[in-house]
Write a protein that binds this ligand. Structure first.
Ligand code: GLU
Length: 384
């Protein structure tokens, strides 16, 4: 059985275009309102809610009266430009009815694949969540060309879920879950309620695109599942067309649950630990070493000495007072700023930098402890 959604700490909900947009009547307001009831309810209960909403192109098409089946790239981009405004305002109005603020985030591929931009995007989304706003995310379709596109919001949603360490990704779709074959084509297709692991056999069950309004089919959903579950995020695929589709999951309506990997590959942390030559070194005091070893972020106050010409997003080594490496991480400041704020308390930093500081010199999500204090173990990923 699917555990109640209330038990999750942070949920990303992805909504397919076909659910939100009717080709003749446009945006499905009543349905959207019912989904937002569910989202606002979960948010009130303390779950961080993020929305990845498709529908910009589909909506722009209806507004512009573009009837042809296939659009040229520039037509899709023009449609997205028109549709995204309507889409974002619909989300903002519906969430606003519940007193929930929303913030629009438009991402391009580089925002999650290049570490510097990844840090920026993650910080913005995290800040919205801290402010109890619901991020409403889509691909920045108006500027993305084929080489720099996610192309489908299933994988975009999975990237967002792993970037934000969500514990659940819900894909609301026009199909109610995974089948052994496409049920539209094969009457013997059997429903699969639980996927423990996405094996090659499971992958073989994914077909092509599900409908002409949406880009993703089961294949991109399984790709999303691989990204999510390998990073420790559970995933649910269910039919979204009914009213209150999230409440329906709790009621036990049909859905396929993908279990998160029991041993998530912390690819990101492995990557940090694996950097051959750190771009700089931060020597920290004993208190900071203890904080790092207990899984905390590195704050500027604990930094005694900064060396190297690193830039924000570079990997730096963290040394204990005796010069031994205790951790590595992606630094949140360029070297000159790091020098200026080393040793300062958070409250003193804004006046030195002339802007509001990021809370940590290195965020714990970007930190890998190299060894336990006093031992000489090989690098292991710190848990977070
Ligand atoms: N980003 C596209 C849109 O908003 C949707 C992509 C998808 O359907 O996966 O129109």
């Amino acid at each position: 059985m699917t555990p109640s959604l209330k038990r999750y700490r942070r949920i990303v909900v992805k909504i397919g275009s076909a659910l939100l947009v009717d080709r003749t009547t446009g945006l499905k307001r009543t349905w959207l309102a019912s989904l937002v009831d569910d989202i606002a309810g979960l948010a009130r209960g303390g779950t961080d809610m993020l929305v990845v909403s498709s529908g910009a192109i589909a909506l722009g098409r209806t507004v512009l009266g573009l009837k042809q089946r296939v659009l040229k790239l520039e037509e899709s981009q023009a449609a997205a430009a028109v549709g995204q405004i309507a889409l974002a305002s619909a989300w903002s109005e519906e969430l606003g009815r519940h007193g929930v603020v929303s913030g629009q985030i438009l991402l391009t591929l580089g925002d999650t694949e290049e570490r510097r931009r990844y840090l920026n995007a993650r910080e913005t989304v995290a800040t919205l969540l801290r402010m109890k706003a619901v991020p409403v995310i889509n691909e920045n379709d108006t500027v993305a060309t084929s080489e720099i596109r996610y192309g489908d919001n299933d994988r975009l949603a999975a990237r967002v879920a792993t970037m934000m360490s969500a514990d659940l990704l819900v894909l609301l779709s026009d199909i109610d879950g995974l089948y052994t074959a496409s049920p539209a084509l094969d009457p013997n297709a059997a429903f699969i309620p639980v996927v423990e692991r996405i094996t090659p056999e499971i992958e073989a069950m994914g077909g092509g695109a599900a409908s002409e309004l949406s880009r993703g089919g089961m294949r991109t959903k399984l790709d999303a599942g691989k990204i999510a579950t390998m990073a420790g995020t559970a995933m649910i695929i269910t039919a979204g067309a009914r009213l209150n589709p999230l409440a329906a999951i709790d009621r036990g309506e049909r859905a396929t649950s993908f279990h998160p990997s029991a041993n998530p590959v912390r690819g990101y942390k492995t990557w940090i630990a694996g950097q051959l030559e750190p771009a700089g070194r931060l020597t920290v005091d004993a208190g900071a070493v203890a904080a790092l070893l207990s899984g905390k972020s590195l704050l500027p106050a604990g930094v005694k000495l900064v060396s190297g010409a690193f830039a924000r997003g570079d990997t730096v080594a963290i040394l204990d007072p005796d010069g031994r490496e205790v951790a590595r991480g992606l630094v949140a400041y360029d070297a000159p700023d790091a020098v200026r704020i080393a040793g300062l308390k958070s409250t003193e930093i804004a006046s030195v930098l002339g802007y509001e500081p990021r809370s940590a010199m290195i965020h714990r999500d970007d930190l890998v402890v190299s060894r336990a204090a006093g031992s000489a173990n090989s690098p292991t990923a710190a848990s977070n």
